[in-house]
Ligand binder design. Structure first.
Ligand code: GDP
Length: 319
């Protein structure tokens, strides 16, 4: 029997990386992991040495500095620098170490703010970006181009997958830095617990977003690892969209909060709409399996489990 494939999941502790790790391990694959305390991915030498020593058969590149609209808008230097550094280090070192297969993960924010909807892959670089997250988007576009450059010059099988807005287990629930869905889960939960009668939702509530459960994305990433080897990046989205108001009402129902929604229009809306056309990936055979209602219920269970774990007393060993 052939040796099992060894896949390095870069960013294995994050929401995407941990989901990809679960998916690969569930099918019996060997997943390499390295902690930030051992290899800082922004450190070129550290990445190069680790990759040469470990030489995985493939890399799933899920490491990134990520955040919601407020974090992106407030810490532009961190978002562009950290992501560019991580990308140049991993992609170049993968090539230098002779790793021939790599799946890079981006984001639907790479597309122009006013791209025709649903957005096809060829909309890339056809117009100006959404200003609140252009720093992150530019870094992610550079990641796609790095994969294409190493493919073009050296024949490397490096591909890029672009997910829509994601949510699920191991999400960031910090209100300042998170994305909208985990933020709303925390806001409604805390409002219900405190007996408050309103929850503040940022912006007008009218922007449309496409949400995919991270376990569906993970299946898409592993599917691409096995079945896609194209020069062009490929979209991976749920195929449907909701307004932020509709999302808030759904989260409200799942959490069981009976008060009012208040829209804070001093906060930015961001891009008005970013529904991707994922028909290329669907035509290859991937389809999402988790509905938004089921997915939000799952994300809320994960939030509660995390809250309970953080509140549990630390038991000291006796004796
Ligand atoms: P985006 O898709 O890059 O804009 O990222 P976000 O997930 O951070 O925001 C999506 C939309 O949700 C934006 O229109 C936000 O203004 C809106 N939104 C509403 N309430 C919140 C909130 O509490 N946190 C965040 N991050 N966004 C919110």
């Amino acid at each position: 029997m052939a040796d099992a494939r060894r896949v390095w999941v870069a960013g294995h502790k994050g929401m995407v990386g941990s989901a990809v790790t679960r998916c690969l391990e569930a099918q019996g694959e060997s997943v390499l992991k390295v902690d930030r305390s051992v290899v800082d991915l922004r450190n070129q030498i550290a990445v190069e040495v680790w990759l040469k020593q470990n030489r995985p058969d493939a890399i799933v590149f899920a490491a990134a500095k990520v955040g919601g609209i407020y974090a992106n808008d407030t810490y532009p230097a961190d978002f562009i620098y950290d992501n560019l550094a991580i990308e140049t280090n991993i992609i170049h070192s993968a090539h230098a170490a002779g790793v021939n297969r790599l799946v890079f993960l981006g984001s639907s924010c790479i597309y122009p703010k006013f791209a025709p909807q649903p957005i096809t892959e060829d909309a890339l670089l056809t117009g100006p970006l959404e200003p609140t997250n252009e720093w992150y988007a530019i870094a992610k576009i550079a990641g796609i181009k790095l994969c294409q450059a190493y493919r073009k010059q050296y024949g490397r099988s490096y591909i890029s997958v672009m997910p829509c807005n994601l949510y699920g287990p191991n999400d960031n629930f910090d209100l300042q830095t998170s994305h909208v869905l985990p933020a709303l889960i925390r806001k409604f939960h805390e409002a219900r617990e405190a007996g408050r009668d309103e929850v503040v939702v940022w912006g007008t509530g009218t922007p449309l977003r496409e949400f995919l459960h991270v376990d569906d994305l993970a299946r898409g990433v592993v599917f691409c690892l096995d079945n896609y080897d194209g020069y062009e990046h490929i979209n991976c989205g749920a195929g449907s969209e909701v307004t932020i108001r509709e999302l808030a009402e759904t989260v409200q129902r799942v959490v069981g909060f009976s008060g009012r929604l208040v829209f804070d229009t001093t906060k930015p809306d961001g891009t008005p709409r970013k529904l991707m056309d994922s028909s290329r990936l669907r035509d290859l055979g991937w389809t999402p399996q988790i509905s938004l209602d089921e997915g939000i219920a799952d994300a809320y269970r994960c939030f509660l489990a995390k809250e309970n774990a953080e509140r549990a007393p630390v038991l000291e060993p006796v004796g």
